[in-house]
Design a protein around this ligand. Sequence first.
Ligand code: HEC
Length: 214
Amino acid sequence: MIYRFIIASIFLGGLIFFNSCKNEPDKKVEKKETSTAIKSAVEDNHNDEYIQDYIKKGVAIAKASGKTLKGKLTAAVEKGGLQNGINTCNKIAQNLMDSLSNAYETKIKRTSLKLRNPKDKPDQDEMDILIAFEKEVKAGNKLKPTAKKLENGDIRVYIPIFVDKVCLNCHGKIGQELKPANYSLIKKHYPNDEAINYSEGDLRGMWSITFDEK
Ligand code: HEC
């Protein structure tokens, strides 16, 4: 029964999460709405037609990748509960990002300022964007997917990831949504985990999708 509830939440959470990703930037208002923090981080190149195309592609890839990841996680929780979900996520997340990267011929990554897996560590460029995103959230502004041409010519698209209710089972507050037994298991896999204490609606991190244009 409880698992049914979790599955339903994951499904519902997924819908909300994916819908938030659907938020494609509106060209007409983009310039006006892009705040100073994001502008300085991406050098305000949003009006370039080709950057807009990359943003669209990046959003579609992040959406498809998130769906695949969530599908596998849901199946694991359904089969063996949250602990099985944690073990499965631990086994599959990195490989999945690699194989999806190959399939889409891009580099697909999830990253955050508060990490669970140290392998998801942001590089300097991603760090700048994550900090800019945080500033935006603090200022009460709505985040949108954004993009930047890197120094080496690659184009990188950044899509914010928000926390919904179902995420709290593994990223919430210990003793509340996050059961101590589940957190012990998480700590076993990720001794330096920082990705807890989130609340619904918080910014969790972002997708970083890099298109090789060299
Ligand atoms: C069953 C437990 C579980 C649930 C539910 C869960 N996560 Fe995670 N999350 C993990 C684990 C485990 C990892 C580390 C995966 C790895 O090793 O790459 C992780 C990693 C991440 C990362 C990558 C950055 C990092 O810290 O390593 C993001 C972003 C993330 N989760 C967001 C979410 C969001 C958003 C939700 C809800 C839609 C969610 N998670 C639900 C267990 C979970």
